[in-house]
Design a protein around this ligand. Structure first.
Ligand code: HMG
Ligand code: MG
Length: 304
């Protein structure tokens, strides 16, 4: 079996992780999380989102987060931008990269971004054109690629159709999201193969929520199709408020352990990541969802 020699981890904890935390989170905590993650050897950190604060109040202070973090050379600090208003906010605080997020399901698109899939593509056309003028790389997401909380099964061809549109508009990569974590490996393969009718493996990433505990098996299946980029979240934080029952993302520590165990390079320092994981769980007073962090204990705490 051929696997990629190197995998890029896109750390989405500060955005996908924190967007779903109940209650108000102090700005200083968000800033410190990004700063600690910056010391882990990651190359992309999704740092916030410029969405409506009425829809996602947890991300309302993303401007201040971007203004206060210490940026490291070689790290992309990215943010979600659902419309031109979001893009302008992102440009004003000098983000390194932006992301637009579409869905393979009509109902989820309406619930999450208040428009149809086709309308979202029209909106993203403006966003991507304006981002290109500002020299910003744009990532795309396709949510509900393995199932929808409202519509159930989603056809791989529906996912592939949205991927094709996002790439044609100029996204450099599209991340295939199992928003509610219902996928299983053979379904993942079928979806990735459908997407590869329109994309090279290098233009695709995978984004698994771990609701049904299938994420690592699904990542292995995606790697077998040649996908070199995996999204994950420190301590398995995460969830989408518009996808009821969606649990956290697959934990970054577990993904790094899997990849290093297979001899695949990530550039990430697992010990520093684990220390960061214990630190954030203690601050959020929540259970750590990373099996690897739990297995290693928190003796490394304070080293991050
Ligand atoms: P809308 O209500 O249709 O927008 O929301 P609108 O254009 O009609 O504007 C309504 C109000 O929102 C106006 O304010 C705008 O100024 C304001 P008012 O005049 O009423 O005071 N507004 C904004 N404010 C700040 N920044 C903005 C912005 N845009 C409008 N960018 C909209 C449409 C897309 C904005 C809304 O639906 C929204 O923000 N949705 C975001 C939902 C979200 O963030 N979901 C979670 C992220 S997606 C995810 O987690 C999945 C992913 O992880 C992959 C996976 O797991 O599958 C990526
Ligand atoms: Mg997500």
């Amino acid at each position: 079996m051929n696997y990629p020699e190197k995998v890029r981890i896109v750390e989405v904890g500060p955005r996908d992780g924190l967007q779903n935390e109940p209650g108000h989170l102090p700005l200083a905590l968000k800033v410190e999380l990004v700063n600690r993650l910056s010391a882990c050897g990651l190359s992309t950190i999704e740092t916030g989102s410029f969405v409506s604060p009425k829809w996602i109040p947890q991300m309302a202070d993303s401007e201040q987060v971007f203004q206060q973090i210490t940026r490291h050379p070689g790290i992309q600090y990215s943010a979600l931008t659902p419309n031109l208003q979001g893009l302008q906010r992102a440009i004003a605080v000098n983000v390194s990269e932006v992301a637009v997020f579409a869905a393979a399901s009509e109902t989820f698109s309406q619930r999450n971004i208040n428009c149809s899939v086709q309308e979202s593509i029209a909106r993203f056309t403006e966003v991507i054109n304006a981002a290109k003028q500002a020299d910003l790389p744009v990532r795309g997401y396709v949510s509900c690629a393995l199932g929808c909380p409202y519509e159930g099964e989603i056809a791989p061809s529906a996912v592939a159709g949205v991927v094709a549109k996002l790439l044609a508009l100029g996204c450099y990569e599209v991340s295939i999201g199992d928003t509610i974590g219902v996928g299983t490996p053979l379904k993942v393969k079928a979806v990735m193969e459908a997407c590869m009718q329109h994309a090279n493996p290098a233009q695709l990433a995978v984004h698994f929520h771990d609701t049904y505990g299938q994420s690592l098996a699904n990542i292995l299946a995606a790697l077998q199709t040649g996908i070199p980029t995996v999204d994950s979240s420190i301590a398995g934080l995460g969830g989408c408020p518009y996808a009821q029952g969606a649990s956290g993302n697959v934990a970054s520590e577990d993904v790094v352990y899997l990849l290093h165990g297979m001899g695949i390079e990530t550039g990430v320092d697992l010990d520093t990541l684990i220390a960061t994981s214990h630190w954030i769980c203690e601050k959020l007073e929540r259970k750590n969802n990373s099996k690897v962090a739990l297995a290693r204990g928190n003796s490394a705490r304070g080293n991050a």
